[in-house]
Design a protein around this ligand. Sequence first.
Ligand SMILES: [Zn+2]
Length: 324
Amino acid sequence: MAVPLCTAGWFGWRALDHSGPAGATAAPAASAPAASSPAADPASAPPAPTATDQPGAADPGAPADGTAAPLTPPVAPPPSTTPTAEAPPAPADAAVLTGRTVLLDPGHNPGNSAHTAEINRQVDIGNARKECDTTGTETNAGYTEAEYTLDVSRRARALLAARGATVVLVQDGDRPWGPCVDERARAGADAHADVAVSVHGDGGPASGSGFHVIMPARVVAGKADNAAIVAPSRRLGLLLRDRFHAATGEPYADYIAKDGLDTRSDLGGLNLSTVPKVFIECGNMRNSTDAKRMTDPQWRQQAARGIADALTAFLTTQEKTEER
Ligand SMILES: [Zn+2]
């Protein structure tokens, strides 16, 4: 595994979490996250997904207003490139997540690039101060990370809602920029979420490919105290690493992390969260192979399924000893 840590750009990216233009300082943060209605009808919801039976692709143009994702009937199996090594936890019924709340945090915001002053404002992440948010990265062809994260999050919302979960998106393309990372972190508690996942695409060196999951290091500093979520977040991280890999065939990152897993203490979204939370960097958008996958709607549906399956597994196993 080559870990090219030799370029200034690379260090810059690590320092900022993601690449993105710098700007000035700025204005206040934002509004509360938009909640989406849950209430899947068990009678009409699709059956539990299996490795060869994926729920219908969510409409990428699905409502951006936070309304319940449409229930979709089962459709054709995924493309032949789909690995089928591992079936999801196979919920016994379509409403297996009824009563549970999931927070999905689509990284960045398509509008951030037009609000550099606002997103470069420094916010307190407990053990440091950091930019409110960044623009995120993009493929060489200009498909942005923010577009990617929002699309995959909406697809995952549809899948989770079909399993009965209440799903809240931190932003749903319904605000001009942000929110800031500290607000993203608070959103889990604000939504009374049981669990949260922040969806990203990486901006690593072009020669590197693969995905990785970022779990919270224990941070007890200033306003941050995430000690209670470290263990359950690790369980979530392992599930997400495995389910995402099974759903997409995406290899573990070969340029960062180890075995698809990283632990960090410099992300406000993890330092300040009080509900179990991890980040997933679904691929390296600066790598041509990963970029091709991430711009493919069918692959994004597989990515969403991997995320939804991991959250389903997290919420339906072992929770009594770890979270309650
Ligand atoms: Zn990102």
